[in-house]
Design a protein around this ligand. Structure first.
Ligand code: SF4
Ligand code: SF4
Length: 155
């Protein structure tokens, strides 16, 4: 994978199960999105959060999922651009968050995508309950920066 370092992570069996279930959930979502087909030319503009004046939120489970697979490049939170955007392309597509997957700039799909987001958000929250993990839902950049600053973390 271009631009990212793959982590050789070795976690406990519970964490592996949680990670695996989240991966399955993302696959289900991708199938639903394929059927919906809201259209995207992969320009990468929405990953420059200032351009769209939006904040990407994610749960710590999703951040953990990314951290188990890749290493985040150095970045400044104040730039307000995703560090995984390279040459206007997402370099961690397989591991990207729910918000990344569901955001489409096509306004005609706004309502249905909001419903889909809520549905999968609840499913991820349920995973958190099932595995008894602390639920945290915060801005994506902030969480990645925190993860990177912890030398014990996977980033
Ligand atoms: S993880 Fe990928 S899709 Fe999500 S904001 Fe970053 S570059 Fe965009
Ligand atoms: S959703 Fe829109 S802004 Fe984002 S990458 Fe696709 S076309 Fe570009």
């Amino acid at each position: 994978m271009k631009g990212v370092t793959v982590n050789m992570w070795a976690g406990g069996p519970l964490a592996v199960d949680l990670s695996s279930e989240l991966g399955d959930l993302y696959q289900r979502l991708e199938k639903e999105l394929m059927l919906l087909d809201p259209g995207c030319n992969a320009c990468g503009a929405c990953c420059d959060f200032s351009v769209f004046d939006h904040v990407l939120y994610a749960s710590d489970i999703e951040i953990d999922f990314i951290a188990r697979h890749v290493e985040a490049p150095d970045f400044n939170v104040s730039d307000n651009i995703c560090p995984f955007l390279e040459d206007n392309k997402c370099i961690i597509r397989d591991f990207r968050t729910l918000g990344c997957r569901i955001f489409y700039c096509n306004p005609h799909y706004k309502e249905v995508l909001c419903e889909l987001y809520e549905k999968y958000y609840q499913m991820i929250k349920e995973l958190s309950r099932k595995y008894n993990t602390q639920w945290k839902y915060l801005p994506f950049l902030q969480q990645i920066a925190e993860f990177k600053s912890k030398k014990t973390g996977s980033f």
